[in-house]
Design a protein around this ligand. Structure first.
Ligand code: UVW
Length: 221
């Protein structure tokens, strides 16, 4: 068996993309910039400030914003976002994810969260899933976001586990790239044309036994 599972949050455990979108849209509207859900796809898995930079780049009139002004805007977006995620409940857990966490825990395998979000702890609390996690990588402690492997290696280093003994679960290609660069086994959810080692269509088809079978086939070869 592997030593640990490390999960991405947004799009794997719950789908917060819509809340991020609504919060960014509220901010963008105030700036006179229009964004839509298609544009929001580019923000998935991207840090708060990098997301703001992409929005600012849509309007040449916003080219002169100072670093302080950008900080203020990023903070304002986060205030909108925190109001929205206050409404998150366990009903927002993606299909099959709580039973997967239970199965992993029952096998004595460690569970960590590797998220780019500084709000990850609050979202886990709202979902009532905090107790499943042995370690949460705080986005504030990571200097290089995905696709850099740091988010995932930080979790493995905390436990003192070899990277090859860890399984990561991701819904974004930047996250899969981070896992592969770390030397971890990458499970991709809903990804096509992915570098992931094992791909499932959605979380409802992500089962403990099949992940372990594929992980062991890789390890044996
Ligand atoms: C992301 O947008 C990923 O992060 P935060 O929740 O910290 O804004």
């Amino acid at each position: 068996h592997p030593s640990a599972f490390i999960f991405d949050l947004d799009g794997v455990i719950t789908d917060t993309a819509e809340f991020h979108y609504l919060a960014w849209k509220q901010l963008a509207d105030g700036l006179g910039v229009t964004i839509d859900r298609e544009f929001n796809e580019q923000l998935k898995g991207i840090s708060r400030m990098d997301s703001l930079e992409k929005i600012v780049a849509l309007d040449p009139a916003l080219g002169g914003l100072s670093a302080d002004e950008k900080e203020r805007l990023a903070t304002e977006k986060n205030e909108h976002y925190i109001k929205l995620i206050a409404e998150v409940t366990p009903a927002h857990i993606l299909p099959g994810m709580e039973s997967l966490l239970k199965d992993i825990q029952a096998h004595g395998i460690k569970i960590a969260l590797g998220s780019a979000s500084k709000n990850a702890k609050m979202v886990l609390e709202q979902l009532e899933l905090t107790d499943y996690f042995d370690y949460i990588v705080d986005a504030a402690q990571v200097s290089k976001g995905k696709p850099d492997p740091e988010t995932f290696t930080t979790a493995a280093d905390y436990f003192g586990f070899a990277y090859a003994d860890c399984i990561g679960v991701e819904d974004a290609e930047a996250g899969v790239e981070a896992l592969k660069r770390a030397g971890m086994f990458a499970v991709g959810v809903g990804l096509s044309l992915s570098e992931a080692d094992y791909i499932v269509a959605d979380t409802g088809t992500l089962h403990f036994d099949s992940v372990i079978t594929h992980y062991n086939e890789r390890s044996d070869s």
